[in-house]
Design a protein around this ligand. Structure first.
Ligand code: ATP
Ligand code: MG
Length: 251
């Protein structure tokens, strides 16, 4: 079987700043691919391309063999149904309750009854360790709780593919470890194909089946986590050890 997600020669610039400069990546069914790289490297930009929320200057992305930048809107909707996304800034709808946020794609993409939706929403909220928050406004929750709601929303439709943008950033270590376990469980039990953007090297080494490091518009290393530990490249080495050299970098 071919890759579930296939990225080919993707390039993207903003003004004269080349952010993605020929990105190639294959993600296979059930794999947990981590994308690492410093702040401003272009990780979230890459994720937005995979969701077809941004168009590249050149290159393609295939999801289950479909070229997402050239298929019809209707076909794209079909693919969107299979992909759950947790954006970096939880991106919850503030005018809606927590319940409505998690129920959003169930209402949009399925014909499930209100009763069924209710059951699924509380099931997903329980999975991320939340209860009795259905009627609250997202803005009344802490950052970590909002992240949990975002996670519940991302997995509401039992997606085959889940994309997470920094799921463990800004959350306490207990939740971070629960998120790691959730990613592993979804992948092992439901064969979900996963892409995680992360700065969290603990999580990367614990969870990733493969990782790719974005640097200067390209993946400078793609491989199993062990290869990152053994890699002699000073840029990779410095990043995974979290060593700062010199002053705070200017983005
Ligand atoms: N819509 C946009 N218009 C112009 N520039 C953008 C846009 N989106 C992102 N950029 C620029 O692209 C670069 C990469 O941004 P991106 O958000 O992908 O970084 P990142 O790797 O996700 O960083 P972080 O780890 O801090 O989240 C940054 O310099 C950012 O300013
Ligand atoms: Mg980002």
């Amino acid at each position: 079987m071919g890759p579930v997600i296939e990225i080919k020669n993707l390039t993207k610039s903003f003004g004269d700043k080349k952010i993605l400069n020929g990105i190639n990546l294959d993600i296979h069914k059930g794999e947990i691919m981590y994308i690492i790289g410093k702040s401003g490297a272009g990780k979230s930009v890459l994720l937005k391309h995979i969701c077809a929320l941004m168009m590249p200057d050149s290159g393609s992305i295939y999801i289950e063999g479909n070229d997402i930048f050239s298929i019809s809107k209707k076909e794209l909707e079909k693919i969107r149904k299979k992909v759950g996304v947790l954006f970096q800034m939880a991106a919850l709808f503030d005018s809606m309750t927590v319940f409505e946020n998690v129920a959003f794609s169930l209402r949009r993409f399925t014909k499930k009854s209100n009763e069924e939706i209710k059951t699924i929403v509380s099931e997903k909220l329980a999975l991320v360790g939340l209860k009795s928050v259905e009627d609250k406004a997202p803005s009344s929750l802490s950052g970590g709780m909002q992240k949990r709601v975002g996670l519940a929303r991302a997995i509401a439709l039992d997606p085959e593919i889940v994309l997470y943008d920094e799921p463990t950033t800004g959350v306490d270590p207990i939740l971070a470890s629960a998120v790691d376990d959730l990613i592993l469980t979804l992948s092992r039990e439901l064969k979900v194909t996963t892409l995680v953007i992360s700065h969290d090297m603990n999580s990367t080494f614990k969870v990733a089946s493969k990782a790719a490091m974005l640097y200067d518009g390209k993946f400078i290393l793609t491989g199993e986590p062990e290869e990152f530990k053994e890699c002699k490249d000073p840029i990779v080495n410095q990043f995974i050890r979290g060593e700062a050299k010199g002053p705070i970098p200017i983005l």
